[in-house]
Ligand binder design. Structure first.
Ligand code: URP
Ligand code: ZN
Ligand code: ZN
Length: 486
């Protein structure tokens, strides 16, 4: 019997901290040895001259989820996770979305039923809390946190999802008490509603007015408000899909005061701009997401935020709505205007190659930062470390062997999701995964998808040590003592 199930020979291994040449020995899906001239494996990959990184962790994607209007997304857990694997992602954190009136426990059961038979790679669920009733906050949520659903997203906008300030404070204080992690969609709802109405009343229905209705100050104000509440309650939070310099400035300010405010951005804020929403016909809808992409001059600020760790992770926010589907796609807004367009863009498959090519390849970030923001930090923040997110003895063998010279012009017909377009069509990248291994098994190799539906495993997650309250400035409000206590 061979010493290893799989050996990857002689690759250059990059982690968030180190770069070294080693053989990687894998047994039962885990890395059991890093060394030189390891004994033979049943299966061998020759990685001499090739770069190896941890498989990507995409900590924000919407798979088999309905929009707040009830519009179903294009991808199920097979097509969504297949496309992730083909682009070098080995773990997804998708959402189990509560809509008003739903039991959270039932929501979680329903999403497991969708994912279990279909997922190709490992997955976990964040919860979306849209109805924070006493039952939800008092019983369901604390029990679910103990069962490994240790993070949840709340919305400050969208009619059917948004929480008011008081509800946000309730959710933050529960998170502090339970040690859970809150992700915040920060945009000011009433301002968006007011601006949208004025635009539509004046006959401005085109996709480009989506950006006009959600300008940067709308995001800046909500980001500041969320930070303020987090400071009062003394709870770490993460601002999701940060789009631009106005919100980045708020986050940097908070971090410089010692507050534990984390932040995520997405490829759409590095590679798309408001100009992409202004295309002939209704085509601009292909790039409509919330917050929207900003002006081109904004893109270097987002890169800088990633480089300097103001922005800590990059996720796709994959929210796939086909274009040419008049009922469930972007075109459903063609008649009545931008407010009817389901928000979101796809990106699971291209997140890693885009970042690798334009980030590492063009010298905007180094390889260690690339690994940190695509894998290691999401693993730490969301309670997946040390099993996921690095190359270490004992960790799952979730790895990417890169073909760093391969040039690919991104085109929808090369991708493996269920979409009919990609907003990144025509962008040429240098570097693409040659092999993606999930727990040692090649799920993508030399241009072929090899994974099987149902092989992906659910990942119950631990509480993250990174989201412990700081215990300074304002500390948690304690109604019993009537004080802010440490
Ligand atoms: O436009 C976006 N981002 N749609 C997906 C839902 C969300 O807000 O994350
Ligand atoms: Zn959001
Ligand atoms: Zn999202």
């Amino acid at each position: 019997m061979a010493a290893f199930d799989v050996v990857i020979r002689g690759g250059q291994v990059a982690t968030a901290a180190d770069l070294f040449t080693a053989d990687i020995g894998i047994k039962d899906g885990r890395i059991t040895a890093l060394g030189h001239e390891l004994a033979k494996g049943d299966e061998e990959h020759d990685a001499r001259g090739k770069l190896i990184t941890p498989g990507g962790i995409d900590a924000h994607c919407h798979i088999d989820q309905k929009s707040s209007f009830g519009v179903p997304g294009a991808d199920d857990f097979f097509t969504g996770t297949r496309s992730a694997a083909c682009g070098g992602t080995t773990t997804v954190l998708s959402f189990a979305a509560q809509h008003k009136g739903m039991s959270l426990r039932q929501v979680v059961k329903d999403y497991h039923a969708l994912a279990t038979p279909k997922a190709v790679i490992d997955y976990g669920f964040h919860l979306i809390i849209s109805d924070p009733t006493e039952q939800v906050l008092g019983q369901e949520l604390p029990a679910l946190i103990k069962d490994g659903y240790t993070s949840f997203k709340i919305y400050m906008t969208y009619d059917l999802l948004k929480l008011n300030d008081r509800e946000i404070l309730e959710v933050f204080s529960l998170a502090r008490r339970e040690g859970a992690f809150v992700m915040v969609h920060a945009e000011n709802h009433d301002t968006i509603a007011w601006l949208s109405q004025k635009l539509l009343d004046a006959g401005h229905k085109a996709p480009k007015f989506h950006e006009v209705s959600r300008p940067q100050p709308v995001e800046r104000e909500a980001t500041h408000r969320a930070i303020t509440f987090a400071e009062l309650i003394d709870v770490p939070i993460l601002i999701v899909h940060v789009s631009g310099r106005e919100a980045i400035d708020q986050i940097r300010w908070a971090q410089s005061r010692g507050l534990k405010i984390f932040a995520e951005t997405c490829p759409q804020y590095l590679f798309l701009s408001a100009e992409d929403l202004d295309q002939p016909g209704f085509e601009g809808a292909k790039c409509m997401c919330s917050p929207p992409p900003r002006d081109k001059a904004n893109q270097p600020y987002v890169w800088r935020g990633l480089e300097t760790d103001v922005l800590n992770i990059i996720s796709s926010d994959h929210a796939p709505y086909r274009y040419s589907d008049a009922e469930n796609g972007k075109l459903r807004g063609a008649q009545d205007g931008f407010k009817k367009v389901p928000n979101g863009v796809p990106g699971l498959e291209v997140r890693m190659p885009l970042l690798f090519s334009e980030g590492v390849g063009k010298g905007r970030i180094d390889i260690h930062r690339f690994v940190a923001i695509t894998a290691t930090t999401p693993a730490k923040l969301y309670g997946l470390a040390p099993r996921k997110g690095s190359v270490a003895v004992g960790a799952d063998a979730d790895l990417v062997i890169w073909d760093t010279d391969k040039q690919v012009t991104i085109s929808q017909d090369l991708l493996h999701d269920a979409m009919d377009y990609t907003p990144y069509q025509g962008i040429t990248v240098t570097g693409w995964p040659a092999v993606t291994l999930s727990r040692g098994e090649a799920v993508w190799r030399d241009g072929k998808f090899l994974g099987k539906p149902g092989r992906g495993k659910f990942l119950p997650r631990a509480l993250s040590p990174m989201v412990k309250p700081r215990g300074q400035f304002w500390s948690g409000f304690d109604p019993n003592s009537g004080r802010y206590t440490g």
